[in-house]
Design a binder for this molecule. Sequence first.
Ligand SMILES: [Zn+2]
Length: 393
Amino acid sequence: MIFKLPGETLLRLCEIISEAQRAFTASPTVLRFENALLAEGVCTLTAIGTHLVANEKRGFSAIKELVEDLATVFDLYIQGIYPRPECLGDEVEGEKGLNAADATWLLIMLEAIGVQVDPSRLVEALVTHIGDRKLLTGTEFDILHYKHTLGKRRIQLNADRTFLEGPVTQKTFKDSIGNRYTVCSRGDLPYSLEISGPKYREPKPQEAVTCDLCGMLYVTNHPGDARRHKTTHDRVVRRLNPKPSARLQKRVVTGITGELVGPDAPLWMHGEVYERAAAFRREFGYDFIQWPGGSSTRAPSDWRGHLFAGPGGEIAGACAFMHTTSRKAEGEWSLQWIWIAPRFRRMGLLETRWADFQQRYGDFDLEKPLSEAMVNFLWKHGSEAQRASLPVF
Ligand SMILES: [Zn+2]
C-alpha cells in the first residue's frame, strides 16, 4: 500500500518511529476513550490525539498534531461532530472527527506504521457490532480482518514533493516488536518511509494458468483461486478416477436395474448423473449440461438416467435418455449422451446394458452428432433403424 503525505508530516513521523519504543499500558484514559467511542459511535480528532499520546510520547508527543494529516492521507471521511443542543435551534460548535469504524481503522493503520497504539479492544467490540451483516464498508472489512492482517502489511509513505538537494541516503532499522523500516532521504529530509510488519512476506508471483486436467483457469498464489480450483479439480478427479461407491454397490446387488435414475431414484444418483453430464459437455465441448437434475433436484419424468457400475463398484460412467415428440407424434425415447471415464472404456460396459436399453426404450433414437466409437458400436449392436441413421464412411 502506497500513500502520499506532506513532507513535514513524514519528517515528524520518522522522528517518532526512530526513537526506541516505550512501555505500553491500557491506562484509564485509554479505556475511557474506547468506551466513549463505542457509546457515541463518533469521536473528534482531538480525542483521537489525546488517546494516542497516552502511549505514544516519542518525538515530544508529536503524534497528536499529525492526526488530521494522517486521516487525510489514509483517505478517511473527516466530518463535523457536534454536541447535541440543549434545545433544538440552539447554536453549537462542532469539531472535526470520525465515525467509530473509521477511527478504529485509523488506529489499525497507525499501529501498522509503528505508532504505539493498541486497537485490539475496539476491533473486538466492533466485530461483535458488525455481527452477521453481509455488506461491509472498506474500513469495516479491514476491522474484520484485523487479526488476519496484523503484522503482515507493507506500507510505503512518500513525501508529496521530492527534494532536489543533497546526497541520497537509505537507512534501515528494526523496532523492538519486529517492524522493519527503510527511510530514504535526500540531505537531511526523508522522502520515503517503508514499514514492513514482523510477519510481512514478499508476495509470490501470480499468473493466470489453465489446469490441464480440470480445464479451470485460475491465478497462482491466490488463496481464493486455490480453494476454488481444488473444489473443481477434486470433482473432475472423482469422475475420472472414481473410487468404489458403497451406495451404488448396494443398489446393483440385484442387477443393472439398480442403476436406473428415474423420478423415484435418490437425489445423490441424480447428482452423479449430473457430474457425468458435465464431464460429457467438457470432453466434447458442448454449451449445455444435458441433465435437468442435480444433487438437490430430481430430473423431471421425461428424463431417465443410468449410472454404470464399474468392475469394482465404481461409478464408471452414465447416460441419459429423454422422451421427445419432435420426430414422432406418439413420442419416443432418445439417447442424449453417454460418458464413460477413459479407464473404463472398451470394457463392454455399454454392450452389457444395450439389451436392457432396447427393452426399456424400444427402438430409440440417438442424439447426433455421434462419436466415432459410438458409430462403430452401433454398426455392431444397433437396430436396423439406428444403423440406417448412421453416416456411411
Ligand atoms: Zn485442475
